[in-house]
Design a protein around this ligand. Structure first.
Ligand SMILES: [Zn+2]
Length: 225
């Protein structure tokens, strides 16, 4: 491919992804109107639901300290679940193919994330290690962190989060292999329920050369300790 053809295609995908990602709010607008017709509750309804919960606790939702709480809770929920309105495959569209034949493992280590478990809506706090071996093209490292973030900002179980991150990178970049390790604490078992505060859960997904080559897998796992 000539370099001019390459840069023009890189530019058009860059323009596409920056339009899509530049503003969550802008991205939300069409989705909001879509949901308005598909039965998604509006903000006032969700605030009323939070008010109901406050009443149910035995407190008075009309006292000064609580009057703004429903609005604050809904804003926090919007932040926690913004990932439903973002497309992780778009994030990986812009890639670079001038890599001088680089064909070794690339590892992004210890990406912090905050998610919520789908069973209790309790926080899941952890870190993700993402590795891949490129086939001709690489992405900006921040894009790997964005993929983690988008899937984390949804209701999750850790196993699914792990698989989604690996599968998306594998499907879009088509690398020689992808490896993902997630280590996280689940507040549904550390601060409630069984109260095991010092436990964390480790999950992994190995695809392509990471699955086939034990030495490469060990090399990757060595970066996660
Ligand atoms: Zn849970």
């Amino acid at each position: 491919m000539s370099s001019s053809a390459m840069s023009s295609s890189a530019m058009s995908s860059s323009a596409m992804s920056s339009t899509a990602m530049s503003s969550n709010v802008r991205a939300l607008e069409p989705i909001r109107s879509l949901h308005a017709h598909s039965g998604r509750p509006d903000r006032a309804e969700v605030e009323a639901a939070v008010r109901t919960i406050l009443q149910w606790t035995g407190d008075d939702p009309d006292r000064g300290g609580l009057i703004e709480t429903p609005a604050r809770v809904v804003r926090a929920l919007e932040e926690s679940f913004v990932g439903y309105h973002q497309d992780p495959t778009l994030v990986l569209q812009k890639s670079f193919d001038e890599i001088e034949g680089y064909d070794e493992m690339i590892v992004l280590r210890g990406v912090r994330f905050e998610s919520h478990c789908e069973h209790h809506m309790a926080p899941i706090l952890g870190r993700v290690w993402v590795a891949y071996v490129p086939t001709n093209r690489v992405v900006g490292i921040s894009k790997l962190a964005r993929v983690v973030e988008i899937y984390a900002k949804r209701l999750q179980i850790q196993e699914k989060l792990t698989a989604q991150i690996a599968n998306t990178i594998n499907d879009v970049l088509k690398p020689k292999g992808v490896a993902v390790v997630v280590k996280a604490t689940h507040h549904c078992m550390t601060t409630r329920g069984i109260h095991k505060t010092d436990t964390d859960l480790v999950t992994s997904r190995m695809l392509g050369c990471f699955r086939d080559n034990p030495q490469l897998r060990q090399e990757f796992l060595g970066t996660t300790v």
